[in-house]
Each structure stands twice: as structure tokens, then as C-alpha cells.
Design a protein around this ligand. Structure first.
Ligand SMILES: [Zn+2]
Ligand SMILES: [Zn+2]
Length: 120
């Protein structure tokens, strides 16, 4: 005999899991963009006020995240547009990930992960 509440709970858990997975999927209109590649870099951007929690502050101090690590570090992430991802570190988290575009920021991120490209 299976308890009906147990079944309902399991169904809810599966639904929640699917919802989270769907959130992480690249929306159809953004399919031409790469989000989770090893050459995609993201900067963690919190809202700096007295509600900034230690967890989010620590993530900010980590500076850059490689695209291929995003779904592991931020299991609840939500793609907003081609250059913005909601981090969803915890409920009511207001932090975002901003794409590090080619240029100064990109070079800095690249160097941090792979060393100076000029010296390779
Ligand atoms: Zn936080
Ligand atoms: Zn946050």
C-alpha cells in the first residue's frame, strides 16, 4: 500500500525538478548564443546593500565563472537574455550573472583561467 501523500509528494518533487531543468535550458529564441561553453565567462553581480548575504558576497569575490561550471555552481539559474542570467542562489536572491564580453574584461577572465594567452 502506498500512502497517497507520499505519491503526491513524489509527483511534486518530479515537477519541481523538471521546472528547474527547464529553467536551465537555453530558450528557443536564444539558441544561437552560447551560455555554458568553456569559452563563455560570467561575472557575478550582486545588489550592494544591507541585504547582501555572506554567500552572495563570497560568490562576488570569486569574480568570474566559466560557462561550463555555471549549472553546477548555480543549479537554480534562469537565463534572462543573451547577456544576463538570474543566479537564484537562494530564495529572493537578487544577484545576476553578466556576460563578460570580448575586450578588457574577457582578457582578464581568460588570463585568470588559462594564463596569459601571449605567453603560451
Ligand atoms: Zn544572498
Ligand atoms: Zn544573491
Amino acid at each position: 500500500m502506498t500512502c497517497i501523500h507520499h505519491v503526491a509528494g513524489a509527483v511534486q518533487a518530479v515537477r519541481k525538478y523538471r521546472q528547474q531543468e527547464a529553467q536551465k535550458r537555453v530558450p528557443d529564441d536564444l539558441k544561437s548564443h552560447s551560455f555554458f561553453g568553456s569559452m563563455d565567462f560570467w561575472r557575478y553581480i550582486p545588489v550592494f546593500d544591507n541585504r547582501l548575504c555572506p554567500k552572495c558576497k563570497a560568490l562576488f569575490e570569486h569574480h568570474f565563472f566559466q560557462g561550463s561550471h555555471l549549472r553546477i555552481v548555480f543549479p537554480y539559474l534562469e537565463i534572462r537574455d543573451e547577456d544576463t542570467i538570474n543566479a537564484n542562489v537562494h530564495p529572493n536572491c537578487r544577484c545576476e550573472l553578466w556576460r563578460v564580453t570580448v575586450g578588457k574584461y574577457y582578457d582578464k577572465a581568460y588570463t585568470k583561467f588559462f594564463g596569459d594567452p601571449e605567453k603560451v
